[in-house]
Design a binder for this molecule. Structure first.
Ligand SMILES: Cc1cc2nc3c(=O)[nH]c(=O)nc-3n(C[C@H](O)[C@H](O)[C@H](O)COP(=O)(O)OP(=O)(O)OC[C@H]3O[C@@H](n4cnc5c(N)ncnc54)[C@H](O)[C@@H]3O)c2cc1C
Length: 324
């Protein structure tokens, strides 16, 4: 993020679930740190949950960490989080509020903006001097430059994978402050139910460090097992391009791309994936991309750090053997 005079004090909203930080919080902190301006990090939840993550957050090179606590923040509700965050923003009075574009923030960050009557830009993939926010439109076909207008604060949500979590400057020993969230229970209209991710087979690919991703080159559902074996040997999660999920060969939650999840693992291994734009927007933030494709002209090789032009049915068993 650039550091023009309008960026003077940033509030980064980190996210935790049951006392475990969402990895994307580090991406938001890294982006905010690039301004060189003071960064305050807030994390909302019950006392037990925020208490589990504040020390970790305070290890980043930031000015302050705020534990925004209330029993009613133990489970996410849009009304509870909106009330608590609006009140905190008024107290901290930042020039910018930065969120990772998670399922939660895409739900309540626009409400915070509406209630504070300030501008918001969502799903930002890059920030240029100005600040000018870059966000994709039309399924990633066009990048739009967005400049926010109106009084501070400006709210920004960052697409997961667009900024590097491992770029966070650590080594800080930030003070941790507890703020009792101001919530009126009567104003909470939602009742939290068990999230669908609690299902046993559910997976949050955004948190995966290694991913083996399967495309139509795998040819038949019975060959998915081969990719599973490779994923197991690499201690990786399994994901897929859309046609694989559309065909029911893997569940929808494992789809990567513009209509699936956006991922940013340390390593993304694409097996028989051509590299269509709708797939690439979901994985281009991966640190190292390896592609195996029998077509040496496949577009996936344009973004791959390492490419193997060949038949995955010969190459994958050889890799599994080597790893074993
Ligand atoms: C609105 C919209 C949203 C979309 N959203 C998504 C999305 O979220 N995610 C997504 O992935 N797609 C999405 N798509 C679909 C996207 O456009 C592509 O059609 C899709 O990504 C292609 O999947 P693929 O690469 O697996 O298949 P293909 O494009 O068919 O590519 C298969 C590749 O496998 C290679 N191959 C074949 N055999 C072998 C072999 N034996 N060894 C090695 N390589 C082999 C081929 O050379 C080829 O490059 C969307 C499309 C639209 C219109």
């Amino acid at each position: 993020m650039s550091s023009p005079s309008s960026v003077t004090r940033l509030l980064v909203v980190a996210e935790q679930k049951d006392g475990v930080l969402n990895r994307a919080s580090w991406e938001a902190i890294a982006a905010a740190q690039t301004t060189g301006q003071p960064v305050t990090v807030a994390v909302a939840g019950s006392k037990a949950h925020t208490g589990a993550v504040t020390a970790e957050l305070a290890g980043a090179d930031v000015a302050e960490v705020i534990a925004l606590e209330h029993d009613l923040l133990a489970a996410y509700t849009a009304d509870g989080f909106t009330q608590a965050m609006c009140d905190l923003v008024k107290q901290v009075s930042p020039s910018h509020v930065v969120f990772a574009h998670t399922y939660q923030t895409r739900d309540y960050a626009p409400r915070v903006a509406a209630r504070l009557d300030c501008a918001i830009v969502t799903d930002v993939i890059a920030i240029k001097d100005g600040p000018v926010y870059v966000r994709q439109m039309f399924q990633g076909k066009v990048n739009a430059d967005v400049v926010l207008d109106g009084p501070a604060p400006h709210l920004v949500t960052l697409q997961i994978g667009s900024f590097r979590a491992d770029a966070v400057k650590k080594g800080g020993a930030a003070a941790v402050k507890t703020v009792a969230a101001n919530i009126d229970a009567a104003q909470i209209r939602q009742k939290a139910e068990a999230p669908f991710r609690e299902a046993k087979q559910a997976v949050d690919l955004t948190q995966a460090e290694r991913i083996v991703s399967v495309g139509r080159g795998i040819k038949a559902p019975e060959h998915i097992e081969l990719a599973k074996q490779l994923a197991a040997a690499m201690h990786a999660e399994l994901s897929a391009s859309r046609p694989i999920c559309d065909a029911g060969w893997l569940p929808m939650e494992r789809q990567v791309g513009s209509s699936g999840q956006t991922v940013s693992p340390k390593m993304y291994l694409a097996l028989g994936i051509s590299g269509a734009i709708q797939h690439v927007v979901g994985m281009k933030g991966s640190k190292t991309i390896v592609a195996i494709n029998k077509d040496p002209e496949a577009p996936i090789f344009e973004i791959a750090d390492y490419g193997i032009a060949g038949d995955l049915f010969e190459i994958v068993p050889a890799i599994i053997n080597e790893l074993k």
